[in-house]
Every structure is written in C-alpha cells, then in structure tokens.
Write a protein that binds this ligand. Structure first.
Ligand code: PMP
Length: 412
C-alpha cells in the first residue's frame, strides 16, 4: 500500500510508547500513572492571565514576527533565571526555542551527521531516542544508576572507542530527576563527566526541564554551572531548559544555553524550522517571569508534587511490597520501578488496564537490551485519592497476572 516514497527515516517510524496508551485514557474511571504532563490544577492561571494582559498591552510586539533566537526581553529574564541557578549566561549564549524539545532537535541538526555516534542514558526520554534516530546517528547507551549516569562505564566506553578511532560526538543526559529514571547525578559524577568531556572532546547536552521541581534535599549544580570548575569544560556543555514543567507547557517556551559558535548555527537552523518561536507567548513568559510570582509558585507546586510522590511510593510499597523495586526520587514527576518476579511490565499492563489503572512499560525508554520488567509511573496528574486507588488496583492487577501465568512460567 505504501506508494508514497517516504524518506528512509520516516518510512516506518516508531510512535511514542505513551501515545500508544492514549486510547485507554478516556475509559471511564481510568487512573493514569502513564502520562508525563504537569498537573493542570497547579497552573498559575491567574498569574498567567495577568501576564498575558500586560503582554498584550504591546500588541504589535505580540503579533509581529520576532527575532529568530528570541525576544530580547525574554532572553534577559532567562539570563536572570540562569544566574539564580548558578550559570553566568549572557543573552548571546541563549536561543529561545519552541519548547526545549526543539532545542535538542536544533543541536542534533547542527552537530550530527548520518553514522555519527551519539550516546544516551539508559533509560532515557523516549522522544529524544526518536530524535537521534531521525538524524541517522548510531545510538549507544550508558547505564544510569540511582546516582545518575554511570561515569565509570562511560569512561570504559570512551577509552575503547578512542582506541578504535570511533569516538562519539555527543552525549545526551538528563541529570536532574530524569525522565524516566527519576535519578539525579551526584556532584562527583558531574565533575568526572565534565573531565571526560574535555579529555575526549565529547559535547554534553544537558537537558534540565525538571531541576526546578525539587521537593527534598539540596540542589546539585548543573553541569553548565560546574563547567567553570573544570578547565576547558565550558566549551563542551550545552544546557537545555524549559518553562513547561515549572510554569506551563502550553507556552511552548524552552531555551538552550551554549557556546556562541554552536548557537549561531542553531539560529540558522531555526529559521527554516519555524522562523522563530511565538513572540506572543514569549512576551507572556517574560511578563510572568518579571512579575515575581515564580518563586512562590514553585514552592507551591514542589510541595504538591512532593506529597503525590510520597503517596505513590507509599502506595506501591503497601500494595506491591517486595514485588516492585524502586528508588524514591527527590523531585520531578517520575518513579522508575522494576518488577522482581516473573511477570513482565507489558503483562502487568494488560491486567492493569482491565482494572482501570495505567503506567508505561520501560522498554520504550531503552535503546540496548531493554529490560522487560522495568516500568515508569508518573505521580504528576492523579489526585492523592486516585494515587491510593490506583496503587490498590495495581496490586490487584499483579495478583491477577500472576494467577494467569502458568505455574511453569512462574518458576522460570
Ligand atoms: N526533555 C525531557 C526530559 C522531557 O521529559 C520533556 C517533556 N516531556 C522535554 C524535554 C520537552 O519539553 P518541552 O515542553 O520543553 O519541549
């Protein structure tokens, strides 16, 4: 039937593991731990309404085309936000993008050629596995532990790649409350990673949409902030961030902070991608950030996400006990877990959907030797009551699945 002559990359594309579950979301009473969206109940609607009205006072600036790399006012606000996060960026180091998703795509566009080696974490954000495949890179993974990227494993990989003359060009990492692993890279590992980047001329793409959502413990400085402590490292870090998780994804406001040489090329690439991100929502974002509500808003949403995370972790421990292993994250939106028995995540999901609860099997987040027992649960959108009911249903679904599996398989 395929009479269109599609490009090889899109002739048979794999969809997102989450989108495949959308059809079940509308089933009556379904409780979803599957999504990755922020809780709409937590949006600062009033603050954004006021910011929107102030922005529209200068209607021409909202409705006309804007600069490809972002409106000067928003870039100034991003400079201030990045300074507060320990990064001394200047406006010329910043490009505003249509979500941080676009920032990653632009970086790949200007850096990666067919056949180039690109490293990602295992597990990692599934959409960006697709993004790397779209540029026909050869993708390889480095494992993540509870302390973030396994830098010893990375070092081994880089040292043998350098012997064979096949060094990777770029490494994509999500150091804070990763999607999907929930893990945060320790400061020691970050410093080691920066040293390796300098030694092997490896561009680190640090994706940090969740860093603002810390609900316990102390913040670890970003790779970009720590780069000033490692000689030469500032040339090897690109930092991506976004307002999607801390303000609202509907703004579609993200950004990259990077060396000027890289950004200049991203700006050319962005011209043909979308001419520029919407000046209207950039102006709303600038008004919101300058209005001084972000700090209070953040403490409100972090407390709410923290409570939901605790409720999910407690519920999982109560209802599934030893059958499910996981580390409780200190921020973000996700718990990454592993079934310890003979039941796989996909098998559990079938029964879970029948019981009215959903999660995402972990295989779609992995590029090498995917673990069929892993799964991702998001605590962001369900209410505390739904978390309690949802975890109870999960426990029942696991019992159903175990009962359905033949005794022979259970012993395997
Ligand atoms: N990176 C990660 C790790 C994400 O989880 C997401 C959103 N799910 C994005 C990037 C994209 O976010 P944005 O809305 O800023 O494009």
């Amino acid at each position: 039937m395929a009479f269109y002559n599609f490009s090889s990359v899109y002739s048979n594309p794999k969809g997102s593991p989450i989108r495949a579950l959308y059809k079940h979301l509308s089933e009556p009473g379904m409780i979803s731990f599957a999504g990755g969206y922020p809780d709409p109940q937590l949006f600062d609607v009033e603050g954004l309404r006021q910011a929107s009205e102030r922005a529209f006072d200068n209607s021409k600036a909202c409705l006309e085309y804007g600069a490809t790399d972002g409106t000067p006012r928003l870039k100034d606000e991003i400079v201030r936000l990045m300074h507060a996060r320990g990064v001394s960026a200047q406006p010329e180091n910043i490009i505003v993008t249509t979500g941080s998703q676009q920032a990653f795509d632009l970086i790949l566009r200007v850096m990666v050629e067919k056949g180039d080696r690109v490293l990602v974490e295992q597990p990692t954000y599934s959409t960006n596995i697709q993004a790397v495949h779209a540029y026909q890179a050869s993708v390889q993974s480095v494992p993540v532990t509870a302390d973030g990227l396994d830098v010893l494993e990375l070092e081994r990989l880089l040292s043998s790649a350098s012997v064979s003359g096949q060094l990777p060009k770029l490494l994509y990492t999500i150091p804070n409350f990763s999607n999907p692993s929930g893990a945060t890279m320790t400061r020691e590992r970050r410093i080691r990673l920066l040293q390796l980047a300098v030694q092997y001329q490896l561009l680190l793409v640090e994706d940090d949409p969740y860093g603002g959502l810390r609900f316990k413990g102390d913040a670890v400085p970003s790779l970009m902030a720590l780069a000033s402590e490692v000689p030469g490292a500032q040339d090897w870090v690109v930092h991506l961030s976004s307002l999607s998780k801390i303000v609202a994804p509907g703004l579609r406001v993200g950004w990259a902070v990077a060396p000027v040489e890289i950004l200049r090329r991203c700006s050319v690439a962005k011209q043909s991608a979308d001419v520029g991100s919407s000046p209207w929502t950039q102006n709303i974002a600038a008004e919101y950030l300058s209005g001084g509500r972000l700090e209070k808003h953040l403490s409100h949403i972090c407390a709410a996400y923290g409570a939901k995370c605790r409720a999910l972790a407690d519920g999982l421990r109560r209802e599934l006990g030893e059958e499910l292993a996981f580390h409780e994250p200190s921020g973000g939106m996700f718990i990454w877990a592993r079934l310890t028995g003979a039941v796989t995540a996909s098998e559990l999901l079938q029964q879970a959907i029948a019981r009215g609860v959903m999660f995402v099997p972990g295989e779609g987040f992995q590029v090498d030797a995917a673990d069929p027992f892993s799964l991702r649960l998001s605590f962001a959108t369900p209410t505390l009551d739904e978390v309690a009911t949802g975890t109870r249903r999960l426990g029942e679904a696991l019992a159903d699945t175990q009962a359905r599996k033949s005794p022979q398989t259970l012993l395997a």
